[in-house]
Design a protein around this ligand. Sequence first.
Ligand code: MG
Length: 254
Amino acid sequence: LPCTPAEIVVSAIEAWHEGASIAHCHTRGANGERIYDKTMFTEIKAGIESQTDLIVNLTTSYYPPMTQDQRFEVLELQPEMASFNSGSLNFGDLGIYENSPAFMKKMAEQMLEYNVRPEFEIFDVGQIGNITRLIEQGLFKPPYLFQFVMGPKGAMPADAELLSLAVRMLPPQSQWLAIGVGRKQLEMNALSILWGGHPRTGFEDNVFYQKGEIATSNAQLVARVKRLALELGRPVATPTQARAMLGLTTQKTA
Ligand code: MG
């Protein structure tokens, strides 16, 4: 796994060369464990933005021992995009992943203030309603980007019929992606391409290229998804085209 900021930047550049338009980033400790480190986020964002025109998408996920308030700090870096967790759930045996109504409202307000586009992480179909209620309160601007997080323990399973239902429940002016954590990632990539969504791939979700074979890089996974999209008649957007589709106002050139 790319763990240091320098390794993560190199991995993003490689994925960009293979057709990625958005780089979703977390920070990791020396042993690959997930940690929160604002300085590392700063280095990752600067490194990617200085060498590519990728849209940088930073996580607002919670990793102990950070506080809930520290989850707002990455917004101060003003990434073009950040993940927005759309409700609470039991994350396997790890405990309650808390995203209370008050927390979500504050996150929405802060994203508006810092001009950060939310990517709504939907762990279960009922959470779509949590977002539409905030849309009704004027806290989000269209177009909306939803990400169906399917497969983690405690989240909805990576299942085609469930994905079909979730897509039908989206509000107007929505774009969507689907994650199949683990062995369903490729299946969810293919369904996203076929059904008008956008594929997401990479080591956060799955480290295997195929059964029994570890992927060599994020770029290897991205290259396969690009081939799939082209074979299925879905052209791959450049970062500039992706910005237009997502209503992002930033102008960037590589
Ligand atoms: Mg993430």
